[in-house]
Design a protein around this ligand. Structure first.
Ligand SMILES: [Zn+2]
Length: 320
C-alpha cells in the first residue's frame, strides 16, 4: 500500500530546529523577500513607492531617499507594530501550520514563552491572512456540496433533576448558537460562512456557486429551494449516507475537522469569532496535502500582502 502523504518525508520540509538554528537574520530576509517580491527583497517605500532607501540596520528600518519616510518590513501589513522577533514569528507560524486541527492559545503561549494575549491576537491575525485564500471572491464550480453545522450556545444542565429546564425551548437558550454553512467543491475549495439558521445557505449558494455547477445537499427541507437554480443531488441521511455518488461526505469531513478544532483545542469560541475558526479549518482542509514548509511560506506571503488588521490591531488596548 502506498504511504500516506502525511507520513512521508516530503510532507516535512520545515522544522523548529532549522528555524532557530538559522537565527534572526534568515527569517528577516524571508519576510523582506515576501514583502517586496518584485524587487527581490529590496525595500520599496509604502508612502511614495520609491525603490531606494537608506538602511538603518541597527533597528532593521528603512528611510526613503525620496520622501524620508521611515518604515520597516512589516509597516502597513498585518504584523505592523510587531514586537516579537522574526525568528519567533516564523516559529509561531510553523507551530500553527503543523497543527492540523488548530492549536490552543495557552499551548502556543507556552511554546513561544509569550503572553496568552499575544498568542491569541497573533493567531487571529494569521487566520485573517489565511482567509485571503479561502474567500477569494471566485464562485465555486463543478460539483458543490452544501451543508450546515451548529456550534456553541451549550446550556449546562442543572445538577438536580428537579431544577432542570427544557433546553429545547427558546426562552431557555443563550442566543449564542450559530450555524456554519459550508460549500465545498469535490476536489476543490471549501467556502464557509456563519449565520443564524441553516436556511440562509440558499441565498449564499445563489451568490457563491456557479449556475453551471451540480449541487449535493441532504434531506433538510430548506434545501428544496436550491432546485430552482441548480441540478441538485439529494441524499436522505436517515436512510443512507452515500447513494451511488450522491452524498455530502466532503463537506461533512470539513465539519469534522472544525468540530475537533473547537472541542479539542479551543473548548470555547465566541460566536462573533466563529468565522475565523471556520476559515482556518477551511484553509487547513484545502491544504491538507501540502508540505509544512510551503504552508508556512503561504502564510508569510499572505501576511505580508494583508493590510493592517482593523479588527486585531490594538485588540487588548481597546478591550481594556
Ligand atoms: Zn517615500
Amino acid at each position: 500500500m502506498a504511504q500516506h502523504f502525511l507520513l512521508s518525508a516530503a510532507s516535512r520540509t520545515l522544522s523548529l530546529r532549522s528555524i532557530y538554528k538559522a537565527g534572526e537574520d534568515a527569517p528577516y530576509e524571508t519576510f523582506c523577500q515576501m514583502r517586496w517580491p518584485e524587487t527581490d527583497g529590496e525595500a520599496v517605500c509604502p508612502c511614495c513607492g520609491f525603490d531606494e532607501a537608506y538602511k538603518i540596520t541597527t533597528r532593521r528600518k528603512f528611510k526613503c531617499k525620496a520622501c524620508h519616510h521611515q518604515f520597516s518590513v512589516t509597516s502597513g501589513t498585518i504584523f505592523a507594530s510587531r514586537k516579537m522577533d522574526f525568528v519567533d514569528l516564523l516559529a509561531a507560524i510553523c507551530i500553527i501550520v503543523n497543527a492540523s486541527k488548530g492549536v490552543s492559545m495557552v499551548q502556543l503561549s507556552r511554546d513561544l514563552d509569550c503572553q496568552y494575549k499575544t498568542a491569541f491576537v497573533l493567531a487571529h491575525k494569521l487566520r485573517e491572512a489565511m482567509a485571503l485564500e479561502v474567500h477569494t471572491g471566485e464562485v465555486l464550480n463543478g460539483h458543490v456540496e452544501i451543508d450546515g453545522a451548529y456550534f456553541g450556545g451549550h446550556i449546562r444542565p442543572e445538577n438536580a433533576k428537579a431544577n432542570r429546564k427544557d433546553r429545547r425551548l427558546k426562552e431557555h437558550q443563550t442566543g449564542k448558537r450559530r450555524v456554519v454553512i459550508a460549500m465545498r467543491e469535490r476536489d476543490g475549495r471549501t467556502l464557509p460562512f456563519v449565520g443564524q439558521s441553516e436556511a440562509e445557505g440558499v441565498a449564499l449558494a445563489n451568490e457563491n456557486v456557479s449556475r453551471l455547477a451540480t449541487m449535493s445537499a441532504d434531506e433538510a427541507s430548506h434545501w428544496d429551494e436550491l432546485h430552482m437554480g441548480y441540478h441538485v443531488d439529494r441524499v436522505n441521511h436517515s436512510e443512507i449516507y452515500s447513494d451511488h455518488g450522491k452524498h455530502t461526505n466532503m463537506v461533512e469531513s470539513y465539519f469534522s475537522r472544525l468540530r475537533r478544532m473547537v472541542s479539542g483545542q479551543h473548548h470555547h469560541v465566541s460566536p462573533q469569532y466563529l468565522y475565523q475558526y471556520a476559515n482556518h479549518a477551511a484553509w487547513l482542509e484545502d491544504n491538507r496535502r501540502t508540505d509544512n514548509g510551503t504552508l508556512a511560506q503561504i502564510v508569510v506571503s499572505n501576511s505580508m500582502a494583508s493590510p493592517v488588521s482593523r479588527q486585531w490591531k490594538g485588540y487588548w488596548q481597546r478591550a481594556a
